[in-house]
Design a protein around this ligand. Sequence first.
Ligand code: FES
Length: 353
Amino acid sequence: MSSETDHHLNVPATSNEPIADPGLPEHLPRPTDVDEVAAKRAERQIATLFGVSALCAVLFCVAYFALSIGEDPDVFLNMGASNVALGAALGLALLAIGAGAIQWSRKLMSDHEIVEYRHPASSPAEDRAEAVAALEEGIADSGIARRPLVRNSLIGAMAFLGLPAIVALRDLGPLPGDKLARTVWTKDMLVVQDVDGAKIKPSDMEIGQLVNAEPGIFFDVNAEGEPVIEGTELLQEKAKAAVILVRMAPEDITPVPGRENWGVDGILCYSKICTHVGCPISLWEQQTHHLLCPCHQSTFDLADNGKVVFGPAARHLPQLPIKVNAEGYLVAQSDFTEPVGPSYWERDRSDLT
Ligand code: FES
């Protein structure tokens, strides 16, 4: 063992030696331990906090009965006065009683320093042997080994006990059928801007640009001037059919067999719904052609078939085949050829193509 020391740090130069137990720092008494006046003052402070708590509890009850709710409610700062008063009174009551308890323990409760040594967590060998013996004796006493009929029927009963839990899953609602697998996109449906429903021509997009888009049907109205899709149905369909358009230099795009005509002049259309757990994505890096999901950082290469290049998503981003219609606007060639959104057990259904 070396006797050299590092004089700057005053510790042994070798690093293998255990550090000496520094012990406990000197115990300093609190003001309330040595000064009776300070102790009395602390006592009054604590009692005041408990008193404030009691007062707030009473105010809560008063507010409950005094402030009206219902058709002609009392109002405070554009909010229901009853809600504000009840929340504030109860919150202050809890705060004051908590603060009082903390002050009590910090200033007046005993201030002994206690050292607790750690002992091995496992029980002594004889205790463990005793526990095993007691278990074996219990098993022998129950006769479970000698009475297979009782044992097997018990096992069966316990297995059947899981059935109610499985049956109760039905309360989660009707099965989705093919709703997860299909969207409203159909052949020749316009691809429009998601904010104002404006139609998009290829010349409207510059290389490197990303546009958030939707199916044109979301903005269509019937003869009475009412939306073709509205309400809950609209929200559900929007959640599945949202897309992004990106324009890249055609030579940057990795050709995918069978998808040569799915884009227009370097403009490709992908689902906007992350295939991990379904966040909408539009963080676009022009230079790398990467699309980043803000939720868990899955990253998709849109120049390479929407391939996952990073993150927890297990499936590429589905691509919507697009073309230009007779008027020069971007339209879909069909629905997606695979389910969009989070992966699930039926995603490879063969009837989707
Ligand atoms: S939802 Fe996109 S990475 Fe998780």
